[in-house]
Design a protein around this ligand. Structure first.
Ligand code: S3P
Length: 182
């Protein structure tokens, strides 16, 4: 069990497919640990002055991925926080190395059905355009599975759990998770 009274020693990065509840869990977890919460996508859209769909359509996905990596390089230097990452953060090995440098990586998962019920009405994610079905989600999830597994130090299933339950589970699992750095 993580000790919520001693200072957090390093960042906690929440990763996972879109709709696995990273942002809501980050909100609860940061409250529980009394540390700041950082939303990477929010940082990027604030800086660029445009929404993610606009960044993708104007500059392309690679440009967005460069912004993600630049943002991570900066975050590594900041005080320990709970950081909610965009779903594609694991696609670059460099990002995984940066996160491990001063942090622990927690993977949130959910079934395609759960994801569809959480974000099915939301069209703000360019990589789900034309894929908003259980099948479409499952297909992209499959392509990304190895990247998530390569990054994860602990994995938490989020189906049928509240953000509070998820963040409590993270705290209870954190001391025992294996050191897979390097
Ligand atoms: C992406 C996930 C999004 C956002 C962008 C790309 C992805 O974040 O970074 O639309 O490729 O998985 P969320 O996982 O917070 O939706």
């Amino acid at each position: 069990m993580i000790n919520t009274r001693t200072p957090l020693p390093c960042h906690l990065y929440l990763i996972g497919f879109m709709g696995t509840g990273k942002s809501t869990a980050a909100f609860e977890l940061s409250r529980l640990l009394k540390v700041s919460r950082i939303e990477m996508d929010q940082m990027i859209t604030d800086r660029e002055g445009m929404e993610i769909t606009e960044i993708f359509s104007l500059h392309g996905e690679e440009y967005f991925r460069d912004l993600e990596t630049d943002t991570l390089r900066e975050l590594v230097k900041k005080e320990p926080s709970v950081i909610s990452c965009g779903g594609g953060i694991v696609l670059r090995r460099e990002n995984i190395d940066l996160m491990r440098k001063k942090g622990r990586i927690i993977l949130l998962t959910a079934a395609p059905k759960t994801i569809l019920s959480r974000i099915g009405m939301d069209n703000s994610r360019p990589n789900l355009k034309g894929r908003m079905s259980e099948e479409g989600i499952r297909e992209l999830m499959k392509k990304r599975e190895e990247f998530y597994q390569a990054a994860a130090q602990i994995t938490i299933k989020t189906d049928k759990k509240t953000p509070k339950e998820i963040s409590e589970e993270i705290c209870s699992r954190i001391s025992g998770f294996p050191e897979k750095n390097g």
